[in-house]
Design a protein. Structure first.
Length: 148
């Protein structure tokens, strides 16, 4: 039993173990070491000594920033659509609400909401939270058509 440990390495350490140790400061301690440790963890996971580097760059670590930006850019829509799925609370349960409730993963919930927005626009969602309602119309133009 590993009481008092969120994650304990048993055996040989990997790059992921090292990155988790670098990022541990995010959960405790001052902000500056937390940011430095988190960025060191990102660099250790998303860059390699053989990565290309520009003429003005000494370390070749900018590629880690580009890769992190791609990960964030890809995850943002799923997170937003998942939030909309949780906020969809119609007065009388509709097919979308039932399908969302049956989902086991957020990716599935996000896909259902994206399909509903694509087919019926912001009117597909019924949200009783006054703070969320103004957000819905912007999604009418943000969900692109499905690729064939």
């Amino acid at each position: 039993m590993n009481e008092g440990h969120l994650y304990k390495v048993a055996g040989r350490r990997s790059r992921i173990d090292d990155a988790l140790e670098l990022a541990a400061a995010v959960n405790r301690g001052p902000l500056a070491p937390a940011v430095a440790g988190a960025w060191a963890a990102v660099e250790s996971l998303l860059s390699h000594p053989d990565d290309p580097k520009s003429e003005n760059e000494r370390s070749g670590k900018a590629v880690a920033a580009d890769r992190m930006a791609a990960i964030i850019a890809c995850s943002w829509p799923r997170a937003e659509l998942t939030a909309l799925a949780h906020w969809h609370k119609p007065r009388a349960a509709d097919e979308l609400a039932k399908n969302i409730a049956d989902c086991g993963m957020n990716q599935e919930r996000a896909r259902l909401v994206a399909d509903a927005l694509r087919e019926r626009g912001a009117g597909a969602l019924e949200v009783d939270d006054r703070a969320v309602r103004p957000v819905l119309p912007r999604h009418d133009c943000r969900v692109p058509p499905r690729a064939a």
